[in-house]
Design a protein around this ligand. Structure first.
Ligand code: ATP
Length: 594
């Protein structure tokens, strides 16, 4: 219970922080609205009594207070309607602000979180629950709390009114609703546990849905004729979840219907009692109408009250997932004593570095040591799965190693703020990103904080061999590229790769890493880039990962990796003389050209 109250408090803090003004207006309107039903019931009683006495004394409508009463009823009715409409507008406005606020929190957390989280399926479960629940749950908590208090207040007022009739009627009002409360709380728990257990299955069906509707899979799905296969997988996964959920809801509905019978019996008892009292002259017609209305309204309030209570209970279960995500700890942080990284002066030293992906039996990087001197061009080569890309992720501190360290001019990079440290690197990843933005933005994203002074973006594009192509686009560098939006132009994969290289060159970071940068480049562009590689990198420390050995020869030093370990280091000539792994790979590749 204490834990749930803490969750509510945290959720309400979000509601308040996102829109304090609107939250206040919402609360005020709700409290005001809770008094209106009682006023209405009371006025109707007065109206009926006035009409009854007018009938018995043969007066007309204009006499006495009848017109006044009618006007008062209409005013209260009008107030109720207008506050309901305005209240809905306020709630919409507040929801919008809260949704934007919660997305802000989620996104800020998602982009900061350790990359290693993406290796855990539980992380996706947590992320998926948080992203579906976070934007709207806190607001539901507020609205449920408000409607609970509003219902409670109205109920107390109505029950007070019914007490003047007979204490047992007020008691009856409460007792007949008790099975309903139990039912709702119990099933809130059952449904929550069910949905939580179903998260992996729900993600699976979302994945099949993406395969069937996404752009990337669309070509293979058609070519291999996989549509029906994935439709059946989606259907199986989807129906599995829904049928089980429906079974729970079916059980709940049956019990709910039984509890409705109890309520109907209570109304029967009340009607007989009030009818007898009225016939016996103990109640006026106005009082009869008032008590009937009060009981009916009271039943509605009690139902609303308990449904907000059970929704609150459900909210408390679901909002916990959002906090679980927002509270995930980041371990790739600056460990004290914190050092602010400067431009590389001497070297980056990789010392006995080891790293195993979660769940993998073998390390992907095992006891790796070598130095990268300032201004040097290092080539990292080795067979598929040797650990080259993993090493880059450790070097750029996307992961922290299990053992060993990376020292940047002598300082362990774990003592640096990862955000500051990463500013020293520019990388073309093997799986570089395609941004559906303008061509110019695609390049400038390499260094979003710095402007495009003196045509830097164009220079980067020239170096990457893509300037001519971009100039020919309908709006030049201002053409949106990709296929997601109107007026955009799609590029070939190799053209996208050139843009990714231009983006990396635009960022004037002291260390440049290119992971398979020429895998899709045409022979001319590749030749153009790599024959001028030194001029293009302008003396920056560079790491080049490639399977194309013609490009490797330009490196000052070559590090050969195999099964996560360094097997050889040296210049091209030295390694050729060694006749080791490098020699064997090089000769195999070059023999194909002879
Ligand atoms: P390639 O030349 O094919 O790009 P690589 O040398 O860059 O290969 P890595 O991508 O570093 O190799 O992979 C090294 C090992 O780590 C491989 O055995 C691979 O299966 C494993 N591995 C890579 N990425 C992950 C990951 N995200 N989760 C788990 N294991 C991974």
């Amino acid at each position: 219970m204490k834990q749930k109250l803490t969750l509510f408090r945290k959720a309400l803090r979000f509601v308040w922080q996102s829109a304090p003004g609107w939250a206040t207006v919402n609360t005020v309107i709700s409290v005001f609205q809770s008094f209106l039903p009682l006023a209405l019931v009371w006025l109707i009683k007065l109206l009926i009594d006035n009409i009854t006495s007018a009938v018995s004394s043969h007066q007309n409508v204009a006499s006495g207070n009848i017109i006044l009463m009618i006007i008062a009823v209409v005013i209260v009715y009008f107030l109720d309607e207008i506050t309901t409409d305005f209240g809905n507008f306020v709630r919409n406005k507040q929801s919008m602000k809260l949704e934007a606020y919660m997305y802000g929190l989620l996104h800020a957390k998602a982009v900061r979180l350790d990359l290693i989280n993406f290796e855990h399926p539980q992380y996706y479960d947590c992320l998926s629950r948080a992203t579906t629940e976070a934007p709207w749950r806190p607001n539901t908590i507020l609205n449920n709390l408000i409607s609970m208090f509003r219902g409670l207040l109205s109920l107390i007022l109505m029950a007070g009114l019914l007490l003047t009739l007979h204490w047992s009627i007020a008691l009856l009002l409460v007792i007949v609703n008790i099975p309903g409360i139990w039912l709702r709380l119990h099933y809130a728990d059952v449904l929550y546990n069910f949905r939580r257990d179903q998260t992996p299955e729900a993600r699976k069906s979302a994945y099949f849905n993406w395969l069937l509707t996404g752009d990337r899979p669309s070509r293979e799905i058609r070519l291999f004729g996989l549509g029906d296969y994935f439709i059946s997988l989606f259907r199986k996964s989807f129906m599995k979840q829904k049928e089980e959920e429906l079974e729970i809801i079916r059980k709940r509905t049956v019990i709910e219907m039984i509890s409705d019978v109890v309520k109907a019996l209570a109304i029967l008892f009340l009607l007989i009692y009030i009818a007898r009292q009225t016939v016996n002259g103990k109640l006026t017609l106005g009082q009869m109408a008032m008590f009937l209305l009060a009981f009916r309204q009271g039943m509605t309030y009690i139902k609303d009250l308990f449904s907000s209570l059970s929704s609150l209970y459900e909210d408390s279960l679901f909002i916990g997932d959002t906090f679980e995500f927002l509270d995930l700890k980041e371990s790739v942080v600056a460990n004290p004593p914190v050092t602010v990284p400067a431009v590389l002066e001497k070297e980056i030293a990789i010392e006995n570095l080891s790293f195993t992906y979660p769940g993998n039996p073998q390390p992907s990087v095992s006891n790796v040591s070598f130095n990268i001197n300032k201004g040097e061009i290092i080539a990292l080569v080795g067979p598929n799965g040797a650990g080259k890309s993993t090493l880059v992720r450790l070097l750029t501190r996307l992961y922290d190693p299990d053992a060993g360290s990376v020292r940047y001019d002598g300082t362990d990079i774990r003592n640096m703020d990862p955000e500051h440290y990463r500013k020293l690197f520019s990388v073309v990843f093997q799986d570089f990103m395609l941004y559906n933005l303008t061509a110019g933005e695609n390049i400038r994203l390499g260094s979003i904080d710095t402007g495009d002074g003196s045509g830097k973006a164009q220079n980067a594009a020239k170096s990457a061999g893509v300037d001519e192509l971009l100039n020919k686009l309908p709006k030049g560098y201002n053409t949106v590229i990709g296929n997601l939006f109107d007026d955009s132009r799609e590029l070939s994969w190799g053209e996208w790769q050139k843009i990714a290289i231009a983006r990396a060159l635009f960022r004037e970071a002291p260390v440049l890493i290119l992971d398979e940068p020429s895998s899709s480049l045409d022979a001319d562009t590749e030749f153009e880039i790599f024959s001028r590689f030194r001029a293009i990198v302008k003396g920056r420390t560079s790491i080049l990962i490639t399977h194309r050995f013609t490009n490797v020869t330009l490196a000052d030093r070559i590090v050969v990796l195999d099964k996560g370990s360094v097997v050889e280091t040296g210049t091209h000539d030295e390694l050729m003389r060694n006749r080791g792994m490098y020699y064997s790979m090089y000769t195999k590749q070059s023999s194909r050209f002879k």
